[in-house]
Design a protein around this ligand. Sequence first.
Ligand code: PLP
Length: 398
Amino acid sequence: MQNYAIDEKGYYGEFGGAYIPEILHKCVTDLKEAYLRIMESESFRHDLERLLRDYAGRPSPLYRSEHLSRRHGCRIYLKREDLNHTGAHKINNTIGQILIAREMGKTRIIAETGAGQHGVATATVCALMRMPCTVYMGKTDVERQQVNVKKMKLLGATVTPVTSGNMTLKDATNEAIRDWCSHPSDTHYIIGSTIGPHPYPDMVARLQSVISREIREQLLREEGRNYPDALFACVGGGSNAAGTVYHYLDDERVRIVLAEAGGKGPESGKSAATIHLGRQGVLHGCKTLLMQTADGQIMEPYSISAGLDYPGIGPVHAHLASTGRAQVFAVSDAEALRAAFDLTRNEGIIPALESAHALAALEKVPFSPGDVAVLTLSGRGEKDLATYFEYDDEPVSR
Ligand SMILES: *Cc1c(COP(=O)(O)O)cnc(C)c1O
């Protein structure tokens, strides 16, 4: 049987590992040696459970969509991560990591952010724990995501614009790593997805695995069995998807369907379809699939949804895709918009554009009448309203 779990060296098959500068060796090793012990401790579990419940609002509901069920002729549930505090699944990870940082005696937090969603989730928990917080953000992103920049500042964080490279997420991540190298003893770096050097992909996947743990319990109540026939999630770096599939990785009864951002089409040069376009390489401490030019330069990703345009992909997803365990679709901007308007008008739920990519993937697979599918609605559409208003005159069929 295939093994989808991480090995002792931090690899999923051929992907993963920890490719880091010498100066970070101690930080990463300390974290590697501490995270499992802390996460399994009674006090961590108690604090995490309380904050996830009373602060983030968990468990998030598992909602059966009558509209989508009718459309596809089976039973389709939405895992409502959009209802969490701060509007997405990202808070699950930042709450967990700040508790780990506190336990390790760290007194300062740094983070990278692209669209600003992870920056806001990090600034939020730093306000909660009253820890100083610096968020690195490409200057281009600072200019196009003013609301999130203001939110982070309101929450007390320092937002540092990054002017190297294309001034976007990749460059912000490089700068955060540079900061960590200069402050290894007091600083914890909260990475926002299942990326980065081992143990980050595993740590983030475990923190997001609350999603599949709840799906198991909720399905058992609703359907009398604790597994679905298919799971759907969108992938940027891969954290909501990793959390959605975590407890089902080895359960071959459960089909895994992932949606990456096709942008204007994988061949158009304006895409973030990393799994379709990527070749193996090392970025931000991790061996994975990367969008790169023939001579190995990282290509700037593009998607209508800012949360999906990372040039890499989590090593676990690279492995799931290359072994065939997960089926991966590149969903275009237009398909995602259509799916977002459809859910908005027929269900009264305005999804995040990222989540709309997963919704669009429902159109790409066949269902049988008895099927049960669960789709993680990773976030709410508030942050995407400007885009939705711009395209609102598109006709949408009922
Ligand atoms: C950030 C974000 C994503 C993409 O990140 P993953 O790590 O791939 O989950 C997806 N959906 C929403 C709503 C987001 O904010």
